[in-house]
Ligand binder design. Structure first.
Ligand code: NAI
Length: 346
């Protein structure tokens, strides 16, 4: 429980259970060195409680690195709610979760993640002030996924320029694994920039929509990682880059929204040996947390958020410089860079 290999131990982990609503949640505060721990709440079906705990621990330490690299005045945290097996009252369940968040007295701030919605966050507002990602009349806020997609897009642009040595996305072939909240917005940005899309999703309706509206080529979910493309954008779930998928990858650049894409750190080394440039997930997918963090602090306007998210592209360029200078992989360079920032911002 207290610290995964080569990682700082978590400061605090709260196991929250509420018999009346069926809530079983894990709220993991990895680090508050930079400020309160900020990270979304995942609502998911897990095989067992240990699997949920493992997810919360991994995701929360990822948030520490993500928030540090994005220069946010926040530490890293994450919550997971284990989806109840039978019928349940969703607003009541999230109300109980909101009370658990409140009990941490601001050490952890929550927002959307996989399986949670803006409506869940809105409902929680009556139970905790430590929640963000809520639409506001006349101001930016709410669903972070378009901002996440924009951050991935500017990362792909930077990677295409610096690694593929191409001046624009026009004609660049991009494979998108997952056309959900982030994947769909990313597909639209890429299409507008002239990229040729190859897509896969378990949901056939989303694939059909991409074919009709964006001229995308559809492939099966088992073919997408090895598609004959220039860029691969994993936007479904984690660990897609592993010992069995990596030898089949034909893309030269990988940048996507999914958290924890590399199954192991060594998988990043194998990608590098194959000449494939992998842009670390927590660097490129920070657009959403940048958005909810600004919303939480009531800072700036939409254009300011977009400008801050666009700076992710500059960080990609700086990371690739560090990789060259240090003779390491992007994953290891990003880890070292983020860890050097796990201190209170000045
Ligand atoms: P989502 O649930 O809206 O979309 C995921 C999509 O992937 C769905 O359309 C699903 O049908 C599809 N999918 C699932 N398994 C698949 C498979 N094996 N092959 C192909 N498609 C598959 O989730 P969302 O919000 O778009 O997030 C995607 C990823 O990005 C997640 O890993 C999430 O943690 C991460 N992320 C999302 C952020 C956000 O702002 N929404 C912020 C940072 C990270």
């Amino acid at each position: 429980l207290f610290g995964l290999p080569d990682q700082k131990p978590h400061e605090r982990v709260l196991l929250a259970a509420d018999a009346e609503t069926g809530l079983k949640a894990i709220l993991a505060v990895h680090s508050t060195a930079r400020g309160p721990a900020f990270g979304g709440c995942r609502f998911w079906t897990y095989d067992n409680e240990l699997a949920a705990l493992n997810d919360a621990l991994r995701l929360s330490q990822g948030m520490s690195l993500k928030n540090a690299l994005a220069d946010l005045p926040f530490g890293g945290g994450k919550a997971v709610i284990i989806k109840p097996a039978g019928d349940f009252d969703r607003p009541a369940l999230f109300a109980a979760f909101g009370r658990a968040v409140q009990s941490l007295q601001g050490a952890y701030i929550t927002a959307e993640d996989v399986g949670t919605t803006t409506a869940d966050m809105l409902g929680m507002q009556a139970h905790t002030q430590f929640v963000s990602g809520i639409p506001r009349a006349g101001a930016f806020g709410g669903d972070p996924s378009p901002k996440t997609a924009w951050g991935v897009f500017v990362s792909i642009e930077a990677g295409v320029r610096l690694h593929l040595k191409r001046s624009s996305l026009d004609g660049v072939r991009v494979a998108l694994q997952g056309l959900g909240a982030v994947g769909w917005h990313l597909a639209e940005f890429l299409h507008k920039a002239g990229a040729k899309l190859v897509v896969a999703d378990v949901d056939a309706a989303k694939v059909a929509r991409a074919q009709e509206q964006l001229g995308a080529t559809a492939v099966g979910i088992h073919e997408i990682l090895s598609a004959d493309v220039d860029v691969l954008a994993p936007c479904a779930l984690g660990a897609s880059l592993n010992a069995s998928s990596i030898p089949t990858i034909r893309a030269q650049l990988i940048a996507g929204a999914a958290n924890n894409q590399l199954a192991t750190v060594e998988d990043g080394d194998t990608l590098q040996q194959r000449g494939i440039c992998y842009l670390p997930d927590y660097l490129v997918n920070a657009g959403g947390i940048i958005s909810v963090a600004r919303e939480y602090r009531n800072e700036g306007e939409e254009s300011a958020v977009m400008a801050e998210v666009s700076r992710i592209g500059e960080r990609v360029a700086e990371l690739l410089e560090r990789v060259k200078a240090e003779g390491t992989t992007p994953g290891r360079a990003a880890d070292a860079w983020a860890r050097s920032k796990l201190v209170k911002p000045v």
